[in-house]
Design a binder for this molecule. Structure first.
Ligand SMILES: Nc1ncnc2c1ncn2[C@@H]1O[C@H](COP(=O)(O)OP(=O)(O)O)[C@@H](O)[C@H]1O
Ligand SMILES: [Mg+2]
Length: 236
């Protein structure tokens, strides 16, 4: 479907999601309404357990929701077959997981090149673009390191580089600055704003880190599985 510039990048209406574990059912999302536009950096904040990771996993097509509507670039990911969903995500979505999810036997450079290899780039080209992205997050001297040889903050920046390297139109990050010191966190947010927003992409960043709130266009507050408030930042 053709996407017009005024269509939201992400459109959620009355989205619900529950987890059933044994006899208990947890209502993680209880009717989420949210829109995120191209060119926008939206931060998602709220207490632990309120549903932030669940929501961004639904938006990124990693989890299927139960009820309601969730469109990403006008596409309903839940309705897609497995192969088309994988292809759509590979082309359009970058995800930074809370636990980084780096492949332990691959170097930083190889980890970052994976999204490009999956899109069919030649290895030399993929490695060259991966190197450039690692340089942008300040890891030029760690290209050949394995994840176990990196500090938490370095591993986090490798995960961020991997989410940005294929220039996805939607970038979704779960607490991407939690392991970074203040200076590095600011630097990483500058990379996010630079690569993502200058090129008209949409970003959703889950964070508790009030040192980076000033980089947001809007801040959405979540409680008990719902978005309860969305505040615009005047600075942008
Ligand atoms: N895989 C799961 N199985 C069962 N319950 C889950 C699972 N993942 C999350 N939950 C529950 O869903 C709720 C929302 O979790 P989550 O989305 O991780 O919140 P947040 O990221 O805001 O901390 C919590 O009550 C959590 O315990
Ligand atoms: Mg979480």
């Amino acid at each position: 479907m053709a996407v017009s510039p005024t269509d939201p990048a992400v459109y959620c209406r009355a989205v619900t999601k529950s987890y059933v574990s044994g006899p208990t059912k947890v209502m993680a999302l209880q009717g989420v309404d949210l829109e995120v536009r191209l060119g926008e950096l939206l931060m998602l904040v709220g207490p632990s357990g309120c549903g932030k990771t669940t929501l961004i996993s639904v938006v990124a097509g990693i989890l299927d929701h139960d009820e309601g509507e969730c469109l990403v670039f006008q596409e309903d990911l839940r309705a897609m077959g497995r192969n088309s969903k994988t292809l759509f995500r590979g082309q359009n979505v970058g995800f930074v997981f809370q636990a980084f999810n780096l492949l332990p036997t691959l170097t930083a450079l190889e980890n970052v090149s994976i999204p490009l290899l999956l899109l069919g780039l030649k290895k030399t080209e993929a490695l060259s673009q991966a190197r450039e992205m690692l340089e942008r997050v300040g890891l030029a001297d760690r290209l050949q390191s394995l994840p176990a040889q990196l500090s938490g903050g370095q591993a986090q920046r490798v995960a961020i580089a991997r989410a940005l390297v294929h220039r996805p139109r939607l970038i979704v990050c779960d607490e991407p600055t939690s392991a970074l010191d203040a200076g590095t966190g600011q630097k990483v947010l500058e990379v996010f704003r630079g690569t993502a927003l200058a090129e008209d992409r949409a970003l959703i960043i889950v964070t508790h880190d009030n040192r980076i709130f000033n980089f947001a266009d809007r801040i959405a507050r979540m409680e008990d599985g719902r978005i309860v408030a969305v505040e615009s930042q005047v600075a942008h």
